[in-house]
Design a protein around this ligand. Structure first.
Ligand SMILES: O=P(O)(O)OC[C@H]1O[C@@H](O)[C@H](O)[C@@H](O)[C@@H]1O
Length: 293
């Protein structure tokens, strides 16, 4: 069986979907369409906080939350931080493709099914389709944003990957040498190398001109110690790096004391200067593939 759906105690409402192929698997909560586990030959590649809230009352701390239609907060659009997608219940549209090398599950969210209070703040009509494909040593997630309204609107979107690492001060991140950035934390100076190393918190929004260059993280784990994040399509021009380090993580209630030392967020997106405008009936598509080696 390529997929398994677990349900809430009523026995009917889907809670998680698990896709499997050979000894690999991916688990997705319908709450937020949040990927909460990706295992390659049994090894977990993503971080989920031991204090993550999984009952649908709060965005899940870890895995791959989907950020839409704002990134961070917006002084004009008064939506909650990172928007509505990560805290809405998505519909599982089923397994749409299964070959010997990959299996794909699809999730949908439309403006009609978000919290009416949030829809009143951001009243644009949209359809999101999120396709999760488990391949050999790879996880691909594709986001389609369709404007089903009568006027154009703008949005930000981002895939907030929490990549599991053992010690963020030992990792190296390649692929951002020529990228411009602004640093929300103003914590670390630009790297003198062709990689980024961390010894402090980081909260940086990069604009990446060349999407064909993958972001490569040497996680120093074993056996799969290299994670590549590739971006395809016209969509993801931004790349955010985030880790709150010890001091800032004290204020994050669902993170836990030392949890900051087990992840680096590597987040492809279309945010800030790369904000997107879609016309009526237009669909914007962006895709990432994460590979483990
Ligand atoms: O705590 P949240 O809402 O999940 O956000 C976590 C972080 O997400 C990052 O993408 C932002 O750049 C950070 O500024 C933010 O703190």
């Amino acid at each position: 069986m390529p997929s398994h759906v677990s349900t809430l105690p009523d026995g009917k409402t889907p809670r998680t979907v698990t896709l499997t192929r050979e000894s690999d698997s991916v688990e997705i909560y319908v709450f937020g369409a949040t990927v909460t586990s990706w295992k390659v030959a049994g090894q977990e590649m993503l971080f989920v906080s031991p204090k993550a809230v999984l009952d649908g009352s709060k965005a899940i701390r870890g895995g791959i939350p989907v950020v839409f239609p704002i990134f961070g907060t917006d002084p004009v659009i008064k939506l909650p931080q990172h928007g509505v997608a990560r805290t809405s219940v998505w519909k599982f549209g089923g397994v749409t493709s299964e070959t010997s090398s990959a299996v794909t599950g699809v999730f949908q969210l439309s403006s009609e099914s978000i919290d009416p209070a949030l829809a009143a703040i951001w009243p644009h009509k949209f359809k999101l389709t999120y396709s999760v494909t488990l391949g050999k040593d790879s996880l691909q997630t594709k986001l389609d944003v369709e404007n089903v309204d009568t006027a154009e609107w703008s949005f930000e979107a981002l895939l907030h990957n929490y990549i599991a690492v053992d010690d963020p001060s030992r990792i190296k991140i390649y692929g951002l040498k020529d990228a411009s950035f602004f640093d929300k934390s103003h914590a670390i100076p630009p790297s003198q190398h062709d990689y980024i190393e961390l010894n402090h918190e980081i909260d940086r929004v990069h604009t990446v001109a060349d999407r064909s260059v993958p972001i490569v993280v040497e996680t120093m784990r074993s056996p799969k110690g290299v994670v590549r994040v590739e971006r395809e399509g016209r969509g993801f021009d931004s790349l955010v790096l985030w880790n709150p380090w010890a001091t800032k993580s004290e204020n994050i209630v669902d993170l836990g004391r030392d949890a900051w030392s087990h992840f680096i967020c590597v987040e492809p997106g279309a945010v800030d200067k790369s904000k997107v405008t879609v016309k009526p009936r237009e669909t914007w598509t962006a895709k990432q593939t994460i590979r483990a080696a």
